[in-house]
Write a protein that binds this ligand. Sequence first.
Ligand code: GAL
Length: 688
Amino acid sequence: MMKQRKILYGGDYNPEQWLDSPDILECDIKYMKAAGINVVTVGMFAWSVLEPEEGKYEFAWLKRIVDNLYQNGISVIMGTPSGARPKWLADAYPEVLRVRDDGVRFLFGRRHNHCYTSPVYREKVGSINKALAECFHTHPAVIMWHVSNEYEGKPSCHCSLCKAAFQKWLKGRYETIEKLNAKWCTTFWSHRYQSFEQVEPPSSVGEQELHALTLDWKRFVTEQMADFAENEIRALKEGGISQPVTTNLMYDYQCLNYDRLSQCFDLVSWDSYPVWHRGSDILTARDNGMQHDFMRSLKHQPYLLMESSPSGTNWQGVSKLKKPGLLRAAGLQALAHGSDSILYFQIRQSRGASEKFHGAVIDHYGGMDTRVFEEVAAIGKELQNLGEIAGSRVRADVALIYDIENLWALEEAQGPRNDGMYYHETVMKMYNAIKKLGVNVDVLSAARDISSYKLLAVPMLYMFREGIGDRLKEFVQKGGSILLTYWSGVVDENDRCFLGKTPYGLTDMLGLRRKEIDGLYDEEINVLVPEEKEKEPFREAEMPEGKMQERYVCRNLCEILDVWNARTLMVYEKDFYRGTPAVTESHYDQGVVYYIAADGEQRLYDHLLEKLAGTAGITPIVSGKIPESVEVCSRESEGTEYVFIQNFHHEAVEIKAMELDGCVLLGERKEVLNPFETLILKRGIAGE
Ligand code: GAL
C-alpha cells in the first residue's frame, strides 16, 4: 500500500443496501471518480447477504462490485463481517450473544455485541473469513483487510464461557490461588478464595470493590478480544491473503487496551468524530490531534484515518454541520499527524434504520451539486498532488505518557476524589502546552520505550507497573527532562499501595516525598505562588519573562510534600499547608525533573513545559511566535520535511511572526491564514 505513494481517499461503502438499484450502484462509481476517491471499504456489515443461510455463501454480487470498482481505478479494503451477525446465527446458537454482568443474555439486535469467547462464533467467523479470503486474496483491487468493526469491550461478556476462560487466564497469571489472594489483598472484607473456580467476574450485582479483580478482568477482556482478532486473522491467512490487516480503533476508547490490541495488526487505523464548533475549535483540534498522535505512536509508523464524517454525525447530542473549510482542515490534520489516508463514513447515506441521517459523501438528494460533495471533491483533487507525503514519518523528541491501565486503576481506586480525578483533562493540559511550543509529540503508554526522547511529560502516573519507576530514573540519569505530577507512583500493577516513600522508587531522585493528598470540593481553589527564594535576582534572569513569578490557580487535588533535596519553585497560598512546596525542580545526575503537586491551570503547564523544553534543547518546527489557534506539525522522509501549519479558527489569523522557509506544497505563502486554512511547506532537512 505504502509503495504507491498516494494518500488513500474514500471511505465506507455499503452496496449491499442498494443491490436492487443498479442505477444507484452505477451512479456511485461515477461520483466516486468525480470526487477523486481511490479506495472504499466494503463488506463490513454484509454478513446476512454474504451468507443468507448457514454455510451457503453468496459472494458473486460482491465480486461484481469489486471488479467494477477495480475497472474504474478504485481499490478496496475488504471488511470481515463479525461486527454484526445474521439473525439465523443468533437463533441457532444463542451462545454467540453477549451476557450482561447481571447474567441476562442480550437478545438479537444492534451490533458489536457478540461473545468473543464463544467457540461457535469464532468458528462461524473463521469460516466466512476464510471463504472471503479464498475468493478475494488475489483480486488486484484488494489492498488491505479490515477485520470486524470497532471491537467493543463494553459491556464485557459475562457468560459461563467467558467466566471459565477468565479463571484459566488467572491461573496462568498467578499459578496458585494463595498468590492471587496475596496480590489482590482479598483478606480485606473476608474475600479470600480457595480455588480459581470460585472467582467470578466483577458485577454490578456482585463484586465491585476488589479493585485488583476489576483491573485483571479488564486486562482479560483485552486479551480475549485480541485472541478473537487473531482467530479472525488466522482464518484470512488460511484463505491465502498476503495484504496487510487492520481494524478500526476508536477515540479515547477506555474499555480495551489498544497497546495490546494493536499488536495483532499490521497497521493501525482509527475513526475520528470530534465535536466541532462547540466552544474553541483549536481545543477540539488539539484533543483530536492528541488521539492522532496516540494512534500513530502505537506502532511509530504511518497509520490510517479509517472513518470521519463528511458532515455531521447522527449520534452526538447535536448533529452539527461542519462549517465550510473545516472538512478540509480536519482531513489535512490527519495527514499532518502521520496518517496516509482521509476516509469517510459513509460514501452513500443509507435509506433507513439507525444511520439514515448520518453525514455522507452522497446524500438522499443524490446529486453532486451539494456543498458536502463539492468540498469532498475539492479535497480529492488536492490530494492528487500530495502523494509524496504518504509513507513519511513523524519524528518527536517529546513524549507524553497516557496509559490506559493507569486510567483503569486511577478511576476505580476510591481515593482522594470520587467526584472526578480528571486524568484525561490533565493529560490534555500537558498535550496543549507541548503543542503550543510548535513541536511534534508521541503519546505512549508507560510500558513503551522512552529512551529516545529528550523530554517526557508524565501526568498522574498512579500505577507503576514493574520496572516503570526504574526506567523513568534511568531516563533522567542519562540527561532526560521530565515533568511529573501529583498522584504518581502510588500503587503496583495489582493496585496494591506501595509501602514506604512515594512516588515509589523516585523519592531519591526527586528529593521529596508525598506526605498527604487533599481533595478539594468542586467550588474550592488554592493558588500557587512563587517561593520566597524565587524573587532573588539570579532566578529572575533564568525565568522566561519572569513567568514563574505569576500566580496559578489549582483545583481538585493538592499534595502536601516533604522536600529535602529539591528547589521549591512555587508554594501554596492557602489552607493549612500554606507556604509549603507545590512545584519543585530536582537535578539528578545529568537530567532534571519538575514535580507539580497540585492540579494547576493550563498556564502553569504552558510555562513549565516551555522552560523545561528550553533546558532539554527542544527546537520548534518553525521559529517565531505561533498564534493561539494555529497547530504546527511535521513529517519527514528521505531528507525532506513536510510542515503543516493549520488555522483552527473561524476567523483569519496573522502568521507573519512565524519564519516559514521552504517551498509551498499546498496553500499559498502569505501573512494571513484564512479560517480553517492549511499551508503545507516542503523543505530539505539540514545535514541530510
Ligand atoms: C463508527 C462505526 C461506523 C458508523 C459510524 C457512524 O463508529 O464504525 O460503522 O456507525 O461510527 O459515526
